[in-house]
Design a protein around this ligand. Sequence first.
Ligand SMILES: [Zn+2]
Length: 361
Amino acid sequence: MQEIATKVNSRTFQLVQPLDIEEVNVERNLKEGWVVVQPVMASVCHADTRYFSGQRRKEALAKKLPMALLHEGIGIVKKSLSNKFKVGERVAVVPNIPGYVLNGTKKTSNLPDNYDKNGVFLSSGYDGIAQSDLVQPEQCLVRIPEAVPDEIAVMTEVSTVGYHAASHVQGTLMKPNVRVALFGDGPVGYMAAAVIRYIYGIDASRFTVFGAIKDRLDKFTFARREMVQNYDFEHSDEEYDVIFEATGGHFSSNAINEGIKIISRGGEFVLMGVSEELVPIDTRNVLEKGLTLYGTSRSATEDFKAVVKALGEDEKYREALAKLLPENETFIQSASDLQEAFKKIIEEKKWNKAVLKFEWN
Ligand SMILES: [Zn+2]
């Protein structure tokens, strides 16, 4: 069989060093089964701002730069060598490209694709969405239903991280009287909480969110809310079958240990929060209560399909995600626009997601 390969020029906004984004033209290979997507909108991840501001170890920066940032986004199919996608279709970008897709071979592992060590991840050492012509394999694109506006669809990726986290305990979450708690009042916690409420249907009578900042916690109107500073974990007679930890950083340890106090015997703990340091946890009670701890990271195409479907079907779910939208729109026409946008995001440190709208040509 003859390999059809076409060259595609992509205006790529690369972070060359912290605080410095420059446009370069990158010639990309469009192979059979791959698709050119023109990004329309992207939201900004904490991981992107950490690269931009140089809050990563020197070695990590040296290894990964220059690269285009952004991995949460949607676009329009511009050119297609896939019979699954047509020009003009609206798609969500799956940033995780597994090794077997890159190499054009078959999947051999039973593990979900997001744990593939040979895969690449957009905006993590591989050019991300900040470019005019993103070349993606057909396996890493998911069509967006008409009922889902761009502003909501752009939040699919972050939602899938919560969806994938929940998939580890799917069987338990489907039990009729399961009680669930989640620690973390940031956007990742919010999207995971929305999955638990709207995809698994667990309402405030069985679902508590623990947070530390009142303004943020108040946004979780669909769950019972408790401030960690005021809650008596030591003497609580409430118990939860499943606990999600979505705090990360220095707070991981507190959240996990408080969670261990209120989790039921034989309970399941899902660890979502990323931390640069080791996290001390109360293993005595992990043992004594017979707990199961799950690690979870990122998401794969299957998760995108499920989230996009739920967003298309449930208006309440879409309304919940709309609360994360920023007040102002940010348009990106050039590398310097993107650089300025990132500077502003770092200064403002808002709870809402930063959303960027691309205007090419
Ligand atoms: Zn992200």
